[in-house]
Design a protein around this ligand. Structure first.
Ligand code: SAM
Length: 282
């Protein structure tokens, strides 16, 4: 049974890291006129009402996008991402927050394509409404792990896949690794971005997943951002994004961005960030 609903977490610090990174990757892909494809294995609903009951249950966006939004003019590196948030809102009031499919859709050009997968019956309906029958979008009500392997290599062949499972099931960590291994064999020119939570010591499986990913031998770049210290038990103190087959000089872009995001999103002085390159030739 699927219980995770992203509306409870929309716009939090983890969304900021994930959405900043995917918008920068899309900016890179757009440097060439050649078309590309964006795939989202776990799409969610595509757009979230920050004034709604779910978003306000824990109001996670207050320590996320609500900190970034008032200073949006001071973040030129995140212009594409923040323009998308601006397009959904009128004036200074922050009412709506885009999910990853909407961010990608707002950035893609006429010649580009989106393949969006979502398994939850309600979320796929919400996503369908938000996509407004956009002809560039193919929607799939299916398991995103299985779908990524089945739908790669995509047409066009250049592109980016976001893998963003809820990790409510322990199997998600293993499925990420197995799916990457299979998809990579079919689509080795693709860029893959995997989001994961950084949890308390008793619950964290992220470093195990990264070690398993390293064994695949694919060039990887990992950026982690913690907004507070790790708890000895449970709870999410931060998140990570690993980019497989990262574009040239993407590491330098992240090295500039991460300290700035860390200062903005810190909840305690123990907030921290790291960037690591694995399996690279240099
Ligand atoms: N990527 C979205 C964003 O950044 O806006 C958020 C996605 S949310 C973290 C994870 C989504 O995956 C949920 O909407 C959930 O219903 C969906 N989901 C869970 N298991 C899935 C599966 N096996 N295949 C596809 N979607 C799944």
């Amino acid at each position: 049974m699927l219980s995770y609903r992203h509306a409870f977490h929309a716009g939090n610090h983890a969304d900021i890291l994930k959405h900043a990174v995917i918008s920068l990757l899309i900016d890179q892909l757009k440097q060439k006129d050649k078309p590309f494809c964006y795939l989202d294995t776990h799409s969610g609903g595509g757009c979230y009402d920050l004034t709604g009951e779910w978003a306000n249950k824990k109001a996670e966006y207050l320590d996320g996008i609500a900190r970034l939004w008032p200073q949006r003019d001071k973040w030129p590196a995140l212009k594409s991402y923040l323009d998308c948030v601006t397009a959904l809102n009128s004036g200074d009031e922050l009412h709506y927050y885009p999910g990853s499919p909407e961010i990608a859709r707002s950035l893609l050009r006429e010649q580009d394509r989106l393949i969006l997968m979502e398994l939850h019956n309600n979320e796929i309906d919400i996503l369908r409404q938000h996509m407004h029958r956009d002809k560039r979008v193919a929607l799939h009500h299916r398991d995103g792990f299985e779908g990524l392997v089945a739908l790669t290599p995509p047409t066009p062949r250049r592109g980016l896949a976001l893998i963003d499972p809820p990790y409510e099931l322990k199997e998600d960590y293993e499925r990420v690794v197995k799916t990457l291994a299979k998809a990579w064999k079919r689509w080795s020119v693709g860029i893959y971005a995997v989001w994961y939570p950084l949890l308390g010591k008793e619950a964290d499986r992220s470093q195990y997943m990264l070690r398993e990913c390293e064994k695949l031998g694919i060039p990887m770049l990992t950026a982690e951002l913690s907004v507070q210290a790790q708890s000895p038990t449970w709870g999410m103190h931060g998140s990570g994004m690993t980019i497989f087959n990262p574009p040239w000089q993407f590491e330098q872009q992240l090295e500039k961005l991460l300290p700035e995001l860390c200062s903005l999103l810190a909840l305690t002085p123990q907030a921290s960030w790291t960037i690591k390159s694995h399996n690279s030739e240099s």
